[in-house]
Design a protein around this ligand. Structure first.
Ligand code: MG
Length: 323
């Protein structure tokens, strides 16, 4: 069973060494963490909730993977804004009968990833709960006024994504089908990468006009970007970088790939790889068409291999996980 709260906090505190991050003036041990914000910078804050049997299953996901995935969700939001992560905060709800070893390995997975981005776990809270619940807050920073927003896309922009799509959904499909999968360190479902360095380059080199991270699935997340920008989009089905093992449906609607989707003004050069990550042009932004939106309930059209334009309804993760 889990250690009493005080002991557990002490145990986590000993492992959550503040490290080399100069932004952290005071970490665990006071009533608040104290962060230094350099002048001319803005603070990014994102929060994500992971709930057992909703976002992960104990039988499918080893605790190290759950900790890693939990922090990746927050880091990926920072990446989508072109920001740099500064610190994370973790609140845990833990069932009484949970083994301490599960908690240790969960914290290990989270801290290992935090360490690779040189960010400290700077605070949090622990309480009893009927299911494992992990709420992660990631703080980031960015030069003032320079954040990549969802609202920057204009008609004529081209649409790009990083990496491959549908890989995580394919793993999930196989888990649902009863397959036992080994949670290898390079497996993008169990240990996804947040594209922090790619996001930073998109901002610094002024490549992207708008950006969002792909957490819920391309059809859902691109619809969010279109909504915020007041535009429509055409996705070229043949151009989707479909992950090995996945099909086009998974690339369109599968969630949790944590790749970046970004738009680029016509004429701006986009390298084939950004910070080592391949990028693919998958379509273009077009003027909002009120009629289409009302008729099909969608801002996105899919151009199939015969050149036909079909409405693409945002389906995404929730829908997919029930197939
Ligand atoms: Mg996001």
């Amino acid at each position: 069973v889990v250690l009493p709260e005080r002991q557990l906090i002490e145990r986590i505190r000993r492992r959550a060494a503040p490290g080399t991050n100069r932004a952290l003036a005071r970490a665990i041990g006071d009533d608040c963490a104290v962060l230094n914000i350099p002048s001319g910078r803005q603070t990014l804050v994102t929060t994500d909730l992971c709930v057992e049997d909703v976002h992960f299953r104990r039988a499918w996901h080893p605790p190290r993977s759950v900790g890693h995935r939990c922090l990746t969700r927050g880091l990926s939001d920072i990446a989508a804004m072109g920001g740099e992560p500064v610190a994370c905060f973790l609140s845990l709800g833990l069932p009484e009968n949970l083994a301490q070893r599960w908690v240790d390995e969960f914290i290990d997975g989270l801290l290992r990833l935090a360490g690779s981005f040189r960010i400290p776990l700077a605070g949090g809270d622990i309480a009893g709960a009927p299911k494992i619940t992990a709420d992660i807050v990631v703080i980031g920073q960015i030069p003032a006024g320079r954040a990549l927003l969802r609202s920057g896309a204009r008609a004529g922009d081209r649409i790009y994504v990083t990496g491959t799509l549908g890989g995580s959904a394919d793993r999930l499909r196989r888990l649902y089908a009863g397959e036992k999968l080994r949670a290898g360190a390079a497996d993008r479902h169990f240990f996804p990468n947040a594209r922090i360095e790619t996001g930073r380059r998109l901002r610094e080199e002024q490549i992207a006009s708008a950006a969002i991270d792909l957490s819920d699935g391309l059809s859902v997340d691109l619809a969010h970007l279109c909504e915020e920008s007041g535009v429509d989009a055409i996705v070229n089905a043949g151009a989707l970088p479909v992950a090995r093992g996945a099909g086009p449906e998974m690339a369109l609607h599968g969630g949790e790939d944590y790749e970046l989707l970004f738009t680029v003004r016509n004429g701006v050069r986009v390298p084939a790889r950004i910070a080592g990550v391949p990028v693919s042009m998958i379509g273009e932004i077009v003027k909002a068409s009120k009629g289409l939106k009302n008729k099909a309930g969608s801002r996105i059209r899919l151009c199939d291999h015969r050149g036909r334009l079909l409405p693409l309804k945002p389906a995404g993760w929730e829908h997919f996980s029930k197939i």
